[in-house]
Ligand binder design. Structure first.
Ligand code: GUN
Length: 278
C-alpha cells in the first residue's frame, strides 16, 4: 500500500483564496515589506515567490533589496523606518543574512506586532506559553495539513528531526500544544532510528537526502517531510527515501507538500497583522 500524498499545493491555494476574500473587504490592502540583503540565489527565488503570493492574495508587497555589503546600521535603519510606517503591516527580513549582519540583532529590532515570521523573542515566548499571536509559517503549515487530513496529534507519539529556530523548535511546541507527546531529535541524537520507529507522526526537517529510510518508519505513521534538498541529479527532494511511502499512511510530497503551505501561512500572518492594526 502506498501512502496517501498530502496535497499542500491544493490546500495552500484554498487558504490563499480565503485570505484574498478577507483582504478584499478591507479598506486598504494589507501590506508586507520584504527585505532581501545580498545575492543569495535561493533567497532571491523564495522572495520572488512570496511576492507572487502577495499578488494573488491582494496583499501589497514592498520590495527592499540591499547590497551584500550592507552594514548592520543601514539594515537597522531600514527596519526602524518600516516599524514606524503606518502603511506597513508586516515585515519580513529574508534569512540567511550576509556574515557581517547578526541575525539576532536584526530580528529583535522588528516590531513584534509586524513580525509575520514569528521570529522575535516576544513572539517565540508567546508560542512557548501556548498563547501565540503569529504562528511560525512552516510549523503552522504542517499543523494545517494535519488538520485537513484529520490527523489529531493529541495522545500521539510525535518525533521531530531538527532543532532549528525556524522549524524544529516551534514545530515541537505546536505539536505539544496540540496534545502530542513530542521528542526532538537532532545531529547529536544517539539512535535516531529507534526514536523514529516509535513515531505516529514523524516530522523531518534535517535537510539531509536519504536520512529517513523505510525501516525507520512505523507502519501507518504520518510522515511530514519538511526538507528541500537537491539529489545527485539536482532534482528537488526531501529527507525521506522513496520506499517510506510503502510504510506511511500519509506522506507529504517534495515539492508540493509543506513548501506551498509555508508560503500560504505567511499570507495568513500578514492578514492577521493588518487586522490587528486596523
Ligand atoms: N529563510 C528560510 N526560511 C525562511 C523564513 O521562513 N523566513 C525568513 N525570513 N527567512 C527564511
Amino acid at each position: 500500500m502506498s501512502a496517501i500524498l498530502m496535497d499542500g499545493k491544493a490546500l495552500a491555494a484554498d487558504i490563499k483564496r480565503t485570505v484574498k476574500e478577507k483582504c478584499l473587504t478591507m479598506e486598504t490592502a494589507p501590506t508586507l515589506a520584504v527585505v532581501l540583503v545580498g545575492d543569495n540565489p535561493a533567497s532571491a527565488v523564495y522572495v520572488r515567490s512570496k511576492e507572487r503570493d502577495c499578488g494573488e492574495c491582494g496583499i501589497r508587497c514592498l520590495d527592499h533589496r540591499l547590497p551584500e555589503d550592507t552594514t548592520e546600521e543601514q539594515l537597522l535603519a531600514l527596519v526602524a523606518e518600516l516599524n514606524e510606517r503606518d502603511d506597513v503591516d508586516g515585515i519580513l527580513v529574508q534569512l540567511p543574512l550576509p556574515g557581517q549582519l547578526r541575525e539576532r540583532v536584526i530580528l529583535e529590532a522588528i516590531d513584534p506586532e509586524k513580525d509575520v515570521d514569528a521570529f522575535h523573542p516576544f513572539n517565540v515566548g508567546r508560542i512557548m506559553q501556548f498563547a501565540p499571536r503569529f504562528l511560525p509559517c512552516t510549523p503552522a503549515g504542517v499543523m494545517e495539513l494535519l488538520k485537513r487530513y484529520d490527523v489529531d496529534p493529541a495522545g500521539k507519539e510525535c518525533v521531530v528531526i531538527g532543532r532549528s529556530n525556524i522549524v524544529g523548535k516551534p514545530m515541537a511546541m505546536l505539536l505539544l500544544q496540540a496534545g502530542g507527546t513530542v521528542t526532538v531529535c537532532h545531529t547529536r541524537t544517539a539512535d535516531l532510528a529507534a526514536h523514529c520507529r516509535r513515531a505516529d507522526i514523524l516530522v523531518s526537517a534535517a535537510g539531509q537526502v536519504g536520512l529517513v529510510r523505510e525501516d525507520m518508519v512505523k507502519p501507518g505513521a504520518v510522515v511530514i517531510d519538511v526538507a528541500m534538498n537537491r539529489d545527485e541529479d539536482g532534482k528537488l527532494c526531501g529527507d525521506c527515501v522513496k520506499a517510506v511511502s510503502d510504510k506511511a499512511s500519509y506522506l507529504t510530497p517534495v515539492p508540493g507538500g509543506v513548501g506551498p503551505m509555508t508560503r500560504a501561512m505567511l499570507m495568513v500572518n500578514t492578514l492577521t497583522a493588518a487586522q490587528m492594526r486596523r
